[in-house]
Ligand binder design. Sequence first.
Ligand code: FES
Length: 287
Amino acid sequence: MKGVVGASAIAGIGSTGAAAVNTATPPTGSGGGITPFMGIERIDGPAPRGMPIIPVEIDDEGVISGRWPEVKEETVQGQTEYLAEEEIGGITYTSQWFQYCGKQTSPALLPRADQDNRFLSSEETQYEWQSELEADEPLNIEHFDDYEDWGNEIGEDGAGKPAAATWRSDGLEGGDVLNAIVMRSPRIEEAAQEDEFLEAATQDGVFAYLNVCTHFCCVPGFKVSDTAERFEDGNVIYCQCHASVYDPFTILEQSFLSFPQPDDVQLPEEGGGGGGEEEGGDGGGGH
Ligand code: FES
């Protein structure tokens, strides 16, 4: 089996970081800086690194949510700042994993934003099976019952069943929306038995990642393009913009330069976060 994360893969931290750190000096704002993260592997094309994992949890009713880290308060240069950060499976999981491609200006990523953490079925899905779901219907593990043999004539069947979803994006639109792929895969189910992080960040083979290409921010596709069949068994993620390729089943620690959240990002009005309140403080631009 290809693509099982292991200790040797995790030891590769930093190997992709160097390529990512050539971006511009971040502007001032809260947080940002060199950020280790767990992400799927980039295997080809111009993308500098993989896309970040969103740790998942599944409740008693089978509803799948992305975990949001614990919110912590910190004083930086006399100002109160909020951090969303916690340990998951021996790894520090922070909201900074997602601060790239303009997402750092999305209210969805404000540590204190009280957004819906459930994954909601996306109207923009390219998977035909999702037409049986209502728009914005919460994804449930029952929707993935046939994950061990599902296929769509692109790549081999049985690698995993994907769904396009939005996350923490209630009341938001355009570039503020966080697009994710939620997938249930026998490969991840097996890999999680031997990996502390995957055991903690996935459940019953269900995992998720932010579906934003780390090259120029296009929305790539898993099993949506025949071109993917040029790679391995076709079960890769292909970005049609400039042909970056990712392997969703290899999850390893990487790092990049995350952008700070500008200080004027507002908590969303819908979402119950006490709209209009400002997050973060001055200073603290990078570490
Ligand atoms: S390869 Fe360029 S945006 Fe994805």
